[in-house]
Design a protein around this ligand. Structure first.
Ligand code: GLV
Length: 327
């Protein structure tokens, strides 16, 4: 029977779907297997379920000569060398769509928390610094009617924009590689260049994927172009942001606050300076963490894996060219 390695305990729902189709091994620990252990585990495998914390590169693929499918339990696939997978004829699956709403919810949650100084005020209340109802205390930024800049108007960017356009009447600007007619219709969004977006937005929310062009997209000069009242939110991938530039921008008041669901590295060490800044709210990459969404991710991930085991096209394949190169 085909061997499959699942690199973490994904929801039972997915494991139960996979089990009848293969000889299954599930990594039992909370933290990922080391690259060496992963290499050892996949050596006789036909299928692999990987997570965004597992680096799946050419070396790993070469250690698994029978590998016929990689099913990533995530929408982002920056942890996988796609060119290497395509070269080896291995389709790679991801789990788009099902985490759009949950992720947009966290983008808005972080935006609100950072704008209204929720992180620091919760701690102040708990630790005895709530001395009275303070007319000048914990003053944040208003949301209604302000300008939102979406960097990367894909599914999640649009879902975030919809919440803020319909809920708070925000004006929406966006950047994207191509125009997004749906966003222009649904939230009256205007496509602008990044500099214009940075200069005009009161809230900047990042939703692009991580690739060589977006790595370090937000550095010193980008934060300098933003308003001193601006709130920066990142729910995409940590390396899109130069974190020392962000820390400096937050410390110096170049921008007002930030809300992050992703960092570089993950986990971010508790001693990291971003944790010491009262105007930075950091969540441990929880955007897709709802019961419903994680079950749906498990379902799609299992469907992709099973299709791959039987040599059928994956429902959600990020390197469909693999099917052309086979013929
Ligand atoms: C989470 O970050 C994902 O890419 O699914």
């Amino acid at each position: 029977m085909a061997r499959v390695f699942v690199a973490r305990r994904i929801p039972d729902f997915g494991l139960e779907m996979i089990a009848p189709h293969c000889e299954l091994e599930v990594w039992p620990e909370l933290v990922p297997p080391s690259p060496d252990v992963l290499k050892e585990k996949v050596k006789d495998c036909v299928g692999l379920v990987s997570l965004l914390t597992d680096k799946i590169d050419a070396e790993l693929m070469d250690a698994a000569p029978q590998l016929r499918v990689i099913s990533n339990f995530a929408v982002g696939v920056n942890n996988i060398d796609l060119a290497a997978a395509t070269q080896r004829g291995i389709p790679v699956g991801n789990t788009p769509g099902v985490l759009t709403e949950a992720t947009a919810d966290i983008a808005v949650t972080l935006l609100l928390a950072a704008a209204r100084r929720l992180g620091e005020s919760l701690i102040d209340a708990k630790e005895g610094r709530w001395l009275t109802w303070d007319p000048r205390g914990w003053l944040g930024q208003e949301l209604a009617g302000r300008t939102l800049g979406i960097v990367g108007m894909g599914r999640i960017g649009l879902a975030t924009a919809k919440r803020l356009y319909h809920g708070w009447g925000m004006k929406v600007l966006y950047t994207a590689r191509t125009p997004k007619p749906e966003a222009e219709k649904e939230v009256q969004a205007t496509r602008v260049d990044l500099d214009t977006l940075l200069a005009e937005s009161d809230f900047v929310s990042v939703h692009c994927d991580l690739n060589p062009e977006t790595k370090g997209l937000f550095g010193k000069s980008q934060f300098r172009k933003m308003k001193p009242t601006a709130v920066f939110v990142n729910t995409s991938r940590g390396p899109v942001v130069d974190q020392s530039a962000l820390a400096e921008a937050l410390r110096s008041g170049t921008i007002f606050a930030a809300g992050l669901d992703v960092t570089d590295p993950e986990p971010l060490p508790p001693s990291h300076e971003l944790f010491s800044l009262p105007n930075c709210v950091i969540a441990p990459h929880i955007a897709s963490a709802t019961v419903h969404t994680r079950n749906e991710m498990a379902r799609i991930c299992a469907e992709n894996l099973i299709a791959g085991l039987y040599g059928k096209p994956l429902s959600f394949c990020v390197n469909p060219e693999v099917y052309l190169s086979k013929h």
